[in-house]
Ligand binder design. Structure first.
Ligand code: AMX
Length: 436
């Protein structure tokens, strides 16, 4: 059955009913007590939102609808002759809760290809944007103006009922996912390639990742495999991370999916979040310039300490929730071991993996000394010739669309209200706690 909308049309009302009953029975149950420290610490650890598509365990990593990354690598359909999962599969999984068949992902590839064309006003705006605009800002701007096409916005204005909001949100999300590779490729070509590039059309017989790669001017089948893995593993990281949370929040105001997603991309563009993958390579390249490709351990350690002492963080290390090596790092490392074991930058990344965690532990204040996803992605992209670091977060964003937009469909299906947590002033808190 390839009727994706029909499949979720059966599931969403059942889940909404289950939530309603659950809330009725347990609506007053206490989940946790909030500590003052958490309020000042970026709300870290406060269990305060419901997000269905994925769940993060600090000591295990991410699960998408119950499946770990290795599970997904095993169970999700592959491209012909390929070994890595197709991102289409993880989107299907997050949207429906079911592992799709090959036929279902093939349908999704074709469906996205069908919806991929950009409206001419978006093309025109993108083509005239200054090349000095950061690729993430170009992404945000392009998606923002795509909102002119929103079916949800039109349906809302015409007064459709709340119960069917999700149907229009679904259409917008599918359109956006279909168009994102075209937008991303256009940004790449506009920023880094000559004017006449970027005219390659979507091939409807090929998958989402393959099309993105060819539109950017690449053709190595192994790079297509990397793109499939990359776009699969960056798709979601439960709801509290800055980009997913922003999309969730903005979506809750009934802004259309284009506007909600663009807002999330502005959050992903921060150096403590998605921009870290750019920062990692900048840092590694600085290290290579200073120490060469094969520095001894002592010189490497000195470089790490120097970074820390100058008040900077070690990009790609640490995490707000994870307390282990990120499984997204591990699977990229495995990919590198298989396809580029002798690459000098990969060897350097491995050497850094040995020296950084003990140093961060020694600092004493870092909650998680282990590498996150961003510590490894740049080296892989660079190996295949994608050396423009300021572009890396765009690929992260294309992938992040899958989890966050699947959730957006469910959020409207369940009927979540506008999000509005309570804030307090320090003065009010002091009064409450009997301070000054
Ligand atoms: N290098 C140096 N110091 C670090 C550090 C790192 N990699 N990670 C954390 N710290 C420091 C913090 O800056 C903080 O110092 P402060 O008290 O002087 O301000 C202290 O350790 C405690 O922070 P924490 O509780 O361990 O982390 P957090 O939850 O506040 O922040 C994160 C998490 C990811 C922002 C942080 O680890 C960091 O800045 N890492 C480097 C940037 C990075 O890799 N970001 C990508 C994260 C994944 C993603 O979203 N793509």
């Amino acid at each position: 059955n390839t009727d994706l909308k029909g499949i979720i049309a059966k599931k969403i009302p059942k889940h909404a009913e289950l939530v309603k009953k659950f809330r009725k029975e347990h609506g007053k149950a206490k989940i946790m007590a909030v500590e003052l420290g958490q309020m000042y610490n970026g709300m870290r650890g406060i269990r305060s939102m419901v997000y269905e598509t994925s769940l993060l365990d600090p000591n295990e990593g991410i699960r998408f609808r119950g499946l770990t990354i290795p599970d997904c690598q095993k169970q999700l359909p592959k491209a012909p002759g390929g070994k890595e999962p197709l991102p289409e599969g993880i989107f299907w999984l997050m949207l429906t809760g079911d592992v799709p068949t090959q036929e279902q992902v093939n349908w999704l590839s074709k469906e996205w290809a069908k919806r991929a064309k950009l409206p001419s006003h978006v093309v025109k705006s993108m083509d005239t944007m200054s090349k000095t605009v950061h690729p993430m800002a170009q992404l945000s701007a392009a998606v923002t103006i795509l909102s002119a096409e929103s079916k949800f916005q039109k349906a809302y204005s015409s007064g459709v009922k709340k119960a069917v909001y999700w149907e229009y949100v679904y259409e917008d999300c599918m359109d956006l996912l279909a168009k994102l590779p075209v937008i991303a490729a256009k940004i790449y070509n506009h920023s880094f390639r000559s004017e006449e590039c970027g005219c390659v059309e979507i091939d409807p017989s090929k998958d989402w990742s393959y099309n993105l790669m060819t539109m950017m001017g690449y053709s190595d089948p192994q790079f297509a495999e990397l793109m499939r893995l990359y776009l699969t593993i960056h798709c979601d990281h439960e709801g509290g991370n800055a980009s997913a949370h922003t999309i969730h929040l903005v979506g809750s105001t009934l802004s259309d999916p284009f506007l909600a997603f663009a807002a999330g991309m502005n959050a992903l563009a921060g150096p403590l979040h998605g921009l870290a993958n750019q920062e990692v390579l900048v840092w590694i390249n600085r290290l290579r310039e200073k120490l060469g490709d094969d520095p001894n351990e002592k010189r490497l350690k000195d470089f790490v300490w120097k970074t820390l002492k100058s008040g900077q963080v070690i990009p790609g290390y640490g995490h707000a929730v994870l307390r282990i090596t990120d499984p997204r790092y591990t699977c990229q490392r495995e990919f590198a071991e298989k396809h580029l074991p002798n690459d000098p930058v990969f060897k350097l990344v491995s050497a850094i993996y040995k020296v950084v965690p003990p140093i961060l532990k020694e600092l004493g204040k870092v909650a998680n000394p282990w590498p996150n996803v961003d510590a490894h992605s740049g080296v892989l992209l660079q190996y295949y010739g994608l050396t423009q670091m300021s572009y890396y977060t765009v690929l992260f964003g294309v992938s992040r669309a899958m989890g966050t937009l699947a959730q957006l469909v469910w959020s409207r299906g369940i009927g979540f209200p506008i999000e509005r947590p309570k804030s307090l002033t320090t003065e009010a808190l002091m009064k409450q706690l009997g301070g000054k």
